[in-house]
Structures are given as structure tokens and as C-alpha cells.
Ligand binder design. Structure first.
Ligand code: BG6
Length: 480
């Protein structure tokens, strides 16, 4: 059982709160992981009664939570924790009202979850301080994106840092809360098998793919300013790259793990200027079909400019200048409205030094994060019968089966519990976020200078045609 706290969610009626945070808190409540005295207060501008908010929350939780996990008794006791407070987070005076509502209790842990646009982060932190709500027991949780460039991220981090010391700042990247992502660390650092070959001499290249079938849904206004590079690569894909590439930390704690990750980010070879033409592919979806349904082109989506040149697809060839990975490319790709939803990491090993049985395929290890959590190792094996005819076969581990009937936790459940317990191992530290922007900014700048509009690709395809060139010119192929 965790400590009692107040969880205050700014943007409390937004998509993230209703679709992810409240269902995750409900699961934690049902699993008795929340202290009996923990309260959840949603904060947003519109006037809602407490009952109206509880009804809204119930509607969304019922839709998000599997039927088998939703029961009326658990809901009733969970709803008793929920409350709502109407305020405008851009108005300092409203924080005074919030303070009165909360009452003063210096021992009470207060967690401020900023599920709002990042341009409100600085004001919220400052107003919390003015209203005396940011005492030593207070923590703040920031949703990505932290800014839209290095400069804006530094400004946000400085403003937050002026109010909360780093140990009380939790920058969320929900990919780090996914079981398989954590499993990547278990695979690498709890098994002796892979370590000796987890390096340039044995690995040819790495592919990290996060493909979605969804479009921008109702987030057009945000997405059109961000694009796939800021929305996905700056955080989720670079975090995955770090976990694949980092050295073993000396301990599994927040500082040791994050020290190792930041080294990888700082060693990424800069890509800027004309390099963007060779090392990146930028795309935007046109009309097409997803699951048999016609879907519109990106520029016809709600709240998106009709002549938008925002990318909905990115592929990048990244390389980290450290001994272990000298010369090994990490190919990253992510996009919306692609043929299938899947997130996976492919470690492509080098071929055996001497092909005793004729042409064979090199080993590869596939770590799939979604839709199912799976680790499979492709090995060459002899086909039955006479002669040495070889065929690739899979050694396949389905993690949901291996741990059946344990329920797989959603990333937000794990991360919210970590915030409550004050464990920041799976959160991004300030220097990590800034190192990631330091690498991303020149690419975006290079695009503006040297890259025409994003390449079109039909919704439901695998991305723009140019995607293949990125690998083919090095004699490699994307795994489909
Ligand atoms: C979010 C992005 O961080 O991650 C979204 O803002 C994206 O655009 C989502 O759809 C993908 O997350 P998941 O967990 O569905 O892979």
C-alpha cells in the first residue's frame, strides 16, 4: 500500500486524463495499491459539479477498462475519491482559491499532474509557488512534449527547477512504463547470454519501429505544430534507442540508469544541413484505407492546415559514437495511418564468418512491444530429411502467455504508482530531455533548409517509397 496523497490533475477533463490517467488510477484502486486516504482532484476550466465529473469519469472508465475488471462496487469506492475543481490555470488568483480548497497540511504529499499543453507549464509552476502549494512534499509530473525545441525545453526546465528540485520532477514518457520496455533491461542485464555479442562486432544494425494505424484523431491543433519528429522520435523512439544501446548501470536506481542513457544521447552523431537528405525520410499521409475504411488525407483532418507540411511519418538513420556501437546504424521509423499497429525493436546480427552450408540468414532478435509482447530469436535450423538444407525458425516467447493469468499493467498504472512512491527511475531527467532536443533541433532545421515538403504516402501503406532507400543503399531491408 502506498502513501496517502492528493493527486491533482491539470487538464482533468482532457483526453489524457479521461482515457489514460483515470482508468489507470481505477486499476490501482481496485488492486488496492492506493492508500485509503488518497484523493484525486481534476482541475479544468469548465464548471462541473462533483457528480457531473464522476459521471463523466465513469463513462470513460467503463469504455476503457476491460469488462472483467470493471465492477460497480470498485467503481463506487473509487468515485468517492474523485472530485472536481473549476479553475483557469493561467490565472494566478485561481491558485489561491485552490489553496483554500485544499487546506494547509505541510505533511500531505501533493502530486500535480500537468496533462496540459506545455505552454502552461511555466505559469503553473510559478503560481503554485506563489500560492504556497509547492512545499517540500509537493511533486510535479510533466507530460511530453517538454517544449518544442531545445530552447523552449530549457526555459520550461529552468522555470520548473526554480520551484521543484529535480528529485520531485517526473517527466513522463509512457513508453518507459510499458512492460516489454522494462523487459528489455531484464533481457540485457539479467541474462549473461547476450552481453558478449551485444556490440558492433556482432550486430549489423538495429531497427526501431513504432507504427500506428490511427490518424491524428482530435489532436490536430497540437499535432500540426508538433509533427512525428517532436511527438514520437524526440521521446519514445530515442528512449527505446537508449535502452538498447546503454551500458549496464551500476545499480537499478534513478541516477545510475539515467546517467547511462544520457551518455548515449550525447554521443549521437549530429544530423543537420544536407545530411537530412541522406539520413532522414519525412512523409505525410494522403487519403487511403485502414481496415477497409476510407480515411481522409492528413490535411483534411480537423484543425489541421489545408496546406500543412507537417510530417506524420519519419525515418532516421542514427548512430552513436561510442566504442560498443562504432559503425552500427540505428534505423528509427514511426508514422501514423500505416498498414498495421506495431512497436518493435529488431536486432540484426551479422552473418556467421564462414557459410558452411551455403547461403544462410543471419540471426535476429525481435522484441515486440505491441500489439502483443513477444521476444523471438530467429535461428537457422536444418530442415528434416536428407542433406543440410537450412531454414530460419523462431524461438518464440509470448510474455502474456508466460505470465498468464497475471494481468498486464498499462504503462500509466506503473508510472503513476512510481510517482506516488517517489521513484524516478523510469522518468526522463532534465539533461536527458535536453540532450534529445539537442539532437532533434538540427534535423528539423535541416528540413526547413534542405528538404522539400514531406513525401506523400497513402493511408494504409508502409510509408513513403523513399523509406526503402534509407536501408537498401546499404544492402539492408526493413523488416515488415
Ligand atoms: C503519444 C503520442 O505520446 O504516443 C501519440 O502523442 C501516439 O501521437 C501515442 O499515438 C502512441 O502510444 P502507444 O502507447 O499507443 O504506442
Amino acid at each position: 500500500m502506498s502513501i496517502p496523497c492528493d493527486m491533482l490533475v491539470f487538464g482533468g477533463t482532457g483526453d489524457l486524463a479521461l482515457h489514460k490517467l483515470l482508468p489507470a488510477l481505477y486499476h490501482l484502486h481496485r488492486a488496492r495499491r492506493l492508500h485509503g486516504d488518497t484523493r484525486i482532484l481534476a482541475l479544468a476550466r469548465r464548471a462541473h459539479s462533483r457528480e457531473a465529473f464522476q459521471a463523466l469519469a465513469e463513462r470513460h472508465c467503463r469504455a476503457q477498462v476491460a469488462r472483467a475488471d470493471f465492477d460497480n462496487d470498485s467503481w463506487a469506492s473509487f468515485a468517492a475519491r474523485l472530485d472536481y475543481f473549476a479553475m483557469d490555470a493561467s490565472q494566478s488568483a485561481d491558485f489561491g482559491r485552490l489553496g483554500q480548497r485544499l487546506g494547509s497540511d505541510p505533511e500531505r504529499v501533493r502530486i500535480y499532474y500537468l496533462a496540459t499543453a506545455p505552454d502552461l507549464f511555466e505559469d503553473i509552476a510559478a503560481y503554485l509557488k506563489v500560492a504556497n502549494l509547492a512545499g517540500p512534499k509537493a511533486r510535479i509530473v510533466l507530460e511530453k512534449p517538454i517544449g518544442h525545441s531545445l530552447e523552449s525545453a530549457q526555459a520550461i526546465n529552468a522555470a520548473i527547477g526554480a520551484v521543484f528540485d529535480e528529485s520531485r520532477v517526473f517527466r513522463i514518457d509512457h513508453y518507459l512504463g510499458k512492460e516489454t520496455v522494462q523487459n528489455l533491461m531484464a533481457l540485457r542485464f539479467a541474462n549473461a547470454l547476450f552481453e558478449p555479442i551485444w556490440r558492433a562486432g556482432h550486430i549489423d544494425h538495429v531497427q526501431i519501429s513504432v507504427c500506428e494505424t490511427l490518424g491524428v484523431e482530435n489532436r490536430g491543433a497540437y499535432y500540426d505544430k508538433a509533427g512525428a519528429m517532436r511527438d514520437m522520435v524526440q521521446n519514445h523512439l530515442l528512449q527505446l534507442l537508449c535502452l538498447v544501446a546503454m551500458e549496464a548501470p551500476v545499480r537499478f536506481d534513478a541516477e545510475a540508469v539515467r546517467n547511462e542513457k544520457v551518455k548515449i544521447l550525447e554521443a549521437l552523431q549530429p544530423i543537420g544541413g544536407l545530411d537530412v537528405q541522406d539520413k532522414t525520410v519525412r512523409g505525410q499521409y494522403g487519403a487511403g484505407k485502414i481496415g477497409g475504411q476510407e480515411v481522409p488525407a492528413y490535411y483534411f483532418e480537423k484543425n489541421v492546415d489545408n496546406d500543412s507540411d507537417t510530417e506524420t511519418f519519419v525515418a532516421v538513420q542514427a548512430q552513436s559514437d561510442i566504442w560498443r556501437w562504432a559503425g552500427v546504424p540505428f534505423y528509427l521509423r514511426t508514422g501514423k495511418r500505416l498498414a498495421r499497429k506495431t512497436s518493435e525493436i529488431l536486432i540484426q546480427f551479422k552473418p556467421v564468418p564462414h557459410q558452411l552450408f551455403g547461403e544462410g540468414e543471419a540471426n535476429r532478435l525481435l522484441i515486440r512491444l505491441q500489439p502483443e509482447e513477444r521476444i523471438s530469436l530467429q535461428l537457422m535450423s536444418k530442415s528434416p530429411g536428407k542433406g543440410m538444407r537450412l531454414k530460419p525458425v523462431e524461438l518464440d516467447l509470448n510474455l502474456a502467455d508466460a505470465f498468464h493469468p497475471q494481468r498486464r499493467w498499462d504503462a500509466y498504472e506503473r508510472l503513476l504508482l512510481d510517482v506516488i512512491e517517489g521513484d524516478s527511475t523510469l522518468f526522463m531527467r532534465r539533461d536527458e530531455v535536453e540532450a534529445a532536443w539537442r539532437w532533434i533541433d538540427p534535423i528539423i532545421k535541416g528540413w526547413h533548409q534542405h528538404y522539400q515538403s514531406p513525401r506523400p504516402y497513402p493511408a494504409g501503406s508502409n510509408g513513403p517509397e523513399q523509406l526503402q532507400n534509407l536501408l537498401e543503399r546499404h544492402g539492408r531491408q526493413w523488416m515488415e
